[in-house]
Design a protein around this ligand. Structure first.
Ligand code: 3PY
Ligand code: MG
Length: 266
């Protein structure tokens, strides 16, 4: 089976970068797949698309060196199994709040006897290889999101769940749960402390820890703290920021002298 290089690197303690698809476009997924991220996550929770878009996005990602992950919109066993059959090499599951949630996630991601994933790997076989079934339980990465007070309260129980690879922090929902504002994960002490606590407990349990970051600069801070998967914003914000910057440049006085043309614009 094709190796899950994201999981390999995270287990080796390497701080990986993760891209985040918001558009439901196979073309933009392909662009992100070639952008240098170790993994690219197709976001079915807040992205503007459903399974019909996910399939071609995973096909597009297959043609790139990145590891394809799906964030499902909820801890939905049928959907998790479906996107794994479609070739996802990992699942990020929102709002894992207790041991039962974590066990439900693991059960959907693993074949018996570890879990109850139903057999029918479809694209998993095409992408992973003919021996997919023999290794899928080890290669697929299952990350439960910690982003609620209940999740923090039950953190040790969640982290001790057999078959769960680790946790992934949603800093915005976590901030709301703590009574702070979204986007204050580096400035509000309640958020700073909670995130440090989750990372420390994950490390104590020898489990993996990832986190959503608002930018590459924040990602660098999180990698230094010890997170081994940092998501660097999402494609909606890349487009917004770049489009605004181009408009602002075009409305300025042109620079004096000749303008070096560094690229074709593609
Ligand atoms: C959060 O910040 O709550 C997330 O789920 C990231 O998308
Ligand atoms: Mg969230």
């Amino acid at each position: 089976m094709r190796k899950n290089t994201l999981k390999e690197k995270m287990l080796a303690g390497v701080g990986t970068t993760n891209g985040w698809c918001a558009f439901g476009s196979s073309y933009s997924a392909e662009i992100l797949g070639h952008a240098g991220f170790d993994s690219v996550t197709v976001d079915m929770q807040h992205g503007m698309f459903d399974f019909n878009a996910v399939l071609p996005m995973l096909q597009a990602l297959s043609a790139t060196p990145t590891t394809p992950i799906v964030r499902v919109p909820w801890n939905d066993t049928a959907l998790i199994m479906h996107v794994l059959d479609a070739g996802a090499y990992g699942i990020i599951c929102p709002m894992v709040n207790n041991r039962a949630d974590a066990e439900r996630l693991v059960a959907a991601c693993r074949y018996a006897p570890v879990g109850m994933r139903s057999y029918g790997p479809a694209r998993g076989l095409l992408y992973g290889g003919a021996d997919y079934f023999d290794h899928a339980n080890d290669e697929i990465i299952a990350l439960g999101m910690i982003e609620t007070l209940e999740g923090i309260k039950n953190l040790d129980d969640i982290l001790a769940t057999p078959g769960l690879d680790g946790v992934y922090i949603g800093p915005n929902d976590l901030a709301l749960a703590l009574g702070a504002r979204a986007g204050t994960d580096l400035t509000d002490k309640r958020c700073i402390d909670a995130i440090a606590h989750i990372l420390a407990r994950a490390q104590a349990h020898k489990k993996l820890a990832g986190i959503f970051c608002a930018s590459g600069d924040v990602g660098a801070i999180r990698r230094k703290q010890g997170f081994t998967m940092v998501t660097l914003s999402h494609e909606g914000s890349y487009l917004t920021q770049t489009a605004k910057a181009h408009v602002a440049s075009a409305l300025r006085e042109p620079p004096e002298g000749s303008v070096p043309v560094a690229s074709t614009g593609y």
